[in-house]
Write a protein that binds this ligand. Sequence first.
Ligand SMILES: Cc1cc2nc3c(=O)[nH]c(=O)nc-3n(C[C@H](O)[C@H](O)[C@H](O)COP(=O)(O)OP(=O)(O)OC[C@H]3O[C@@H](n4cnc5c(N)ncnc54)[C@H](O)[C@@H]3O)c2cc1C
Length: 386
Amino acid sequence: MKSIQKPIVIVGAGFAGMTLALNLKKLLPSLPILVIDAETKFIFKPLMYEVLSKEVQMWEVAPDLSNIFSAAGITFLRNYLKRINFNEKILEFSEDLKISYEYLVICTGSVSNSFAIKGVEENCYFFNNINDLKKLNSILKILNNNSSIQKLFVVGGGPSGVELACKLKDIFQDQFSINLVEKSNEILSRNKIFNREEAEKALQTRKINIFLNSTVKEVSEKTITISKNCEIINFEKDIVIWTAGIKPNISYINQEVSLLKDRILVNDKFQIDNINNCFAIGDISIIKGMEGLPLTAQVAMQEGNHLAKNIKLLIEGKDLLPFEFQDNGEMISLGIGEASISGIGLTFSGKLAFEARRLIYASKLPDVSKSLKSAASWLFQRKSAF
Ligand SMILES: Cc1cc2nc3c(=O)[nH]c(=O)nc-3n(C[C@H](O)[C@H](O)[C@H](O)COP(=O)(O)OP(=O)(O)OC[C@H]3O[C@@H](n4cnc5c(N)ncnc54)[C@H](O)[C@@H]3O)c2cc1C
């Protein structure tokens, strides 16, 4: 076995980094591991909608990273990665902190992508992290107190847009007229057919207007401009929520690194092309030969789990194993107390699917901290708040 002089450094403690760190510690208890993240909290993104509807509390889906890691015997540091000097193997952080590494894993996830469309950054709300969630929650509360019906647009007919639109309609009912804008000719175009059909029914039942083949051209303070079938239409709006795209969070990367579709190109062992002892997993990476894998927590967690095994093999001087993705199906929440599940031979929807979704997510929560254990027990025991 090789002797590791410095800790394994993992930057990013989301689904990929968290799974990697906790599994690696279990496999090699004496291995020093340093995890660094810009935030103090882990965020379980698939349950962010349930925070808006108060089906779960913020603390339940956003536990403290330092609690999780200290309970597992892993060192955690809060800091923001600004640059990597791959030649000298040095990480440069905010506040002039520099850390050298022997083995590095980067897994810094993704950020919302406005595609440089005029007015989107300034005049839209986003739904990708804990700060977005807090901002959206506050503005919705303010608009909810308004006496007139508020015009709300959700841009993006992917899972985030559809789940958000259904949940908001159930929370606020007729206080908002909700419009879903999608540039292709169907919603959930990359999802399983059963879930798509259930989502279409859920949107229809809730009388959510769907604009297909519609591209947002501009968002101003008071209006949203949409191009549909070559026609330009201006709508008055009170709020626009942008879920139309994400991009990898890799502003610290320089030109030495090969990218594909803007993501870091890795081989099927997660090694970054031409850079020794550096790995990338989760939303920031794309695997050569497996370019179609979705950007999901399911993929990120499987990658983190596999990389933990590979790092053990690496330290033992053995050959690394290629990653194989196992599709465990997909789950979509469709309003308060409703969901749709499709995969591993099961397709069902409604209240039973909602309960099953909660149980499955509870089992996925890292179970090392008190708050997380409590969140899991909440999910197992408590009945829907509605
Ligand atoms: C609203 C929403 C709902 C979703 N629902 C589902 C779902 O139902 N099922 C599913 O499978 N997937 C879902 N996803 C997708 C899933 O959450 C992502 O694919 C997953 O989080 C990717 O994991 P990751 O570890 O790559 O990134 P993340 O989980 O985003 O973690 C990245 C971490 O890196 C940190 N970081 C970023 N930049 C820096 C830096 N420069 N320095 C230090 N730290 C940094 C961040 O603070 C963060 O903690 C959803 C996403 C959203 C937004």
